[in-house]
Each structure stands twice: as C-alpha cells, then as structure tokens.
Design a binder for this molecule. Structure first.
Ligand code: ADP
Ligand code: MG
Length: 241
C-alpha cells in the first residue's frame, strides 16, 4: 500500500486501512473491486465497534434471549406475542412495554431479551433498576459519570427500568421519574418491570395526581403484559449438593 494511500486513510480515519489490517481476497484484485473490498472491510469494522460501544453503554447485567423463554411455563405470554416483541417494530413507533407480575415470572428475562436484540439491531439502549436510575438522576449535577449516563438516556431509543415498586420511592424520586417519563414520551420506548399493578402506583409514588399523569403518558402507546403463575426460580431451584 502506498504512502499516500496510508496517509489519506489516516486523515479520513479509515482504521482498517491505516492499521494495515486490510487483506484483499485476491492479490490481483483491481480497480472498483479492490475499492469495494476495502470499503466493506472498513464498514464491517465500524459496525463492530459501534455495536461494542452500544453494548457497553447499555449496561445489561446478563444475557437473556427470546429463544430460551419457555411459554409453556409462563402461559400469560404466547410465542406469537414474543415474536412480535422480538421484531422490534414497536420501538420505531416509540411504544412502551410494561411487564407486571410477582417475582420469578420472567419480567426481567423478557426485558433483557428485548434490550439485547435492540443492541444487536443498532438501537441505543440503557438498562437500569429503578433504584440505580434514581441514583443516576439525583447525582447528575455532582457526578460526571451520572451526567454522561443521563445524556445517553436522553439519546436512547429504549430505556429499560427494572424493578419499579420493590423499593419505596421518595417525593423527589417520584418527581424525577415523572419528568423522565414525560421527557421520553413519544420519543423513545420504555420497558418497565414491576411487581405492582397500576392501581398500586398512587401509593408507590405517594401522589395520585402525579401517578395519574405519569400513567397517562406511559400507557398511551403501550403493551401491558400481566405475568402470573409460579416463579421460575422456585420451580427450578438449584443446589450445590
Ligand atoms: P422476574 O424479573 O419476574 O423476577 P426473572 O425474569 O429474573 O424474573 O426470572 C428469574 C429466572 O428465571 C431468570 O433466570 C429467568 O431467565 C428464568 N425464567 C423466568 N421465567 C422463565 C421462562 N418462562 N422461561 C425460561 N426462563 C425463565
Ligand atoms: Mg426481575
């Protein structure tokens, strides 16, 4: 590769070429074919880097997928419904998904399966428990890390808020939660998991006017799945010996 080609590749930040990682499939490849292979290699490398960056920013705690969700065990959701969720068209229309049910019924599993697929498909995603999200929002003025997470959240196509309702919510947190739901309304999708049905959100948020306004926005374009039955953890307990 000539010196000028290398220096131009550096100038245009074409990393595969400038780092000497481009290997053409044939040594006699010429003209347009050579250029095509070169640009394809660059595009692939960029896609890979972008995916890795999205995966890092998403902060998904574990890997879960749709394939390993057992609809015979969780009868409140059908394979067809899961396939619709997996296609992610609803993300393009900024629909929300709320998963309600007792512990171990697969709420976080489905939320993570959506999040993982969305990262794969090029969407910007952020996953947090309600508690850690509140921490991020409350510390954004004093913590550069939180401030950067908030900037990512505001850019996200999908925000997953796990475990709404497990821990008490203070007045400040209820206001922050409402502001966030309002800011993302019709712009990004929310996936929320909760052990509490909507009728208990008044009490959870400690303010029925705020809860009504929040639920109004959240549920305007929304799918609610009420999961039930026995928890998977209890039915599949594992022991060391
Ligand atoms: P929840 O968030 O409702 O408390 P999780 O989604 O964390 O429950 O599920 C607990 C564990 O059980 C996880 O390891 C999850 O993968 C598994 N699990 C739950 N429901 C199912 C299911 N229907 N099929 C396969 N695994 C399941
Ligand atoms: Mg959970």
């Amino acid at each position: 590769m000539t010196g000028e080609l290398l220096s131009l590749a550096k100038r245009f930040h074409l990393s595969v070429i400038s780092h000497g990682k481009f290997v053409p499939s044939h040594s006699d490849l010429g003209g347009e074919d050579y250029l095509l292979e070169l640009l394809r290699a660059e595009a692939n490398a960029r896609d890979k880097r972008a995916r890795a960056e999205r995966a890092k920013q998403a902060r998904l705690p574990t890997f879960k997928d749709f394939k390993h969700f057992d609809c015979d065990f969780q009868k409140a959701v059908t394979r067809e419904q899961l396939s619709t969720l997996e296609r992610l068209e609803w993300l393009d229309n900024a629909f929300n998904l709320v998963l309600i049910g007792p512990p171990g019924t697969g709420k976080t599993h489905i939320a993570l399966a959506v999040a993982n697929k969305a990262v794969d498909e090029g969407y910007k995603v952020f996953f947090a428990t309600m508690d850690s999200l509140m921490h991020i929002l409350k510390t954004q003025e004093i913590s550069p890390k939180s401030a950067s997470r908030v900037r990512w959240i505001n850019k996200c196509d999908l925000l997953v808020i796990d475990e709404v309702g497990y821990l008490p919510v203070s007045k400040t947190e209820a206001n922050l939660f409402f502001s966030l739901v309002s800011a993302l309304y019709e712009k990004s999708s929310l996936v929320i998991t909760s052990n509490k049905g909507f009728s208990a959100w008044d009490e959870l948020l400690g303010d029925s006017v705020l809860a009504t306004a929040l639920l109004d926005r959240l549920t305007h374009r929304c799918q609610v799945l009420n999961l039930d039955g026995d928890g998977w953890r209890l039915a599949n307990r594992k022991h060391i010996f």
